[in-house]
Design a protein around this ligand. Structure first.
Ligand code: XMP
Ligand code: MG
Length: 185
């Protein structure tokens, strides 16, 4: 299905699951090479990363640990840039190689906040793996952004973990919001 409705919004297909799976496999191969003999800890950012995290970790064949963190921020289609708190960050990251796994990097403020919390524990290294990146929306440089699945335009997307007001996370493909044609006189 190329056109779908989620709540009150119309969406159209952007990335098919096959395409996501192929890209995820390649990222997994790269991480296996980069972290050979290092036992990294993957930290998925909930809720959006739950499917990507699961599919990515199926491709990882090196010794590793897995954890999740939850960040509370404001709701809606606009990224607020205001972050409240993180929950569940592992407390033993000292000297560890950390890989933060995100669904999407938009303004980058969420990631900056998580990175600052992780660095407080003096890890050996920190890299970020994000399925999606909106380069034109990024408002703060993120040197740790090492693995990116797809760069997309600055449009709202849903599916494969990403939600529109809580709905659509279970869709296996990724869809973008349709732009409404302006009413011409
Ligand atoms: P920032 O702006 O802090 O935002 O990089 C990152 C978080 O905002 C959410 N986000 C989206 N969620 N479709 C979504 O479903 C989008 O297009 C989108 N853009 C940002 C997401 O939770 C991400 O972790
Ligand atoms: Mg998220």
């Amino acid at each position: 299905m190329h056109n779908i409705q989620v709540a009150d919004k119309a969406f159209e297909l952007l990335l098919e699951n096959d395409n996501i799976a192929k890209r995820t496999r390649l990222i997994g191969i790269q991480i296996n090479l980069d972290y050979e003999n290092r036992c990294p800890i993957f930290i998925g950012v909930l809720n959006g990363s739950f499917l990507f995290m699961a599919d990515l970790l199926k491709e990882i064949n090196i010794s590793c640990e897995i954890g999740f963190v939850k960040v509370s921020s404001y709701k809606g289609t606009e990224s607020s840039g205001t972050i409240k708190q993180t929950f569940g960050l592992p407390e033993d990251l000292h000297n560890r190689d950390v890989i933060i796994v995100e669904d999407i990097v938009d303004t980058g403020f969420t990631l900056k906040y998580i990175l600052s919390e992780v660095y407080k524990q003096n890890p050996a290294s920190v890299k970020v793996c994000s399925l999606l990146l909106k380069p034109t929306a990024l408002q703060t440089p993120i040197d740790e952004l090492e693995y990116v699945g797809f760069e997309i335009a600055n449009e709202f997307v849903v599916g494969y973990g990403l939600d529109y007001d809580g709905l659509g996370r279970n869709l296996i493909d990724i869809y973008r919001a349709k732009t409404v044609a302006p009413n011409l006189p």
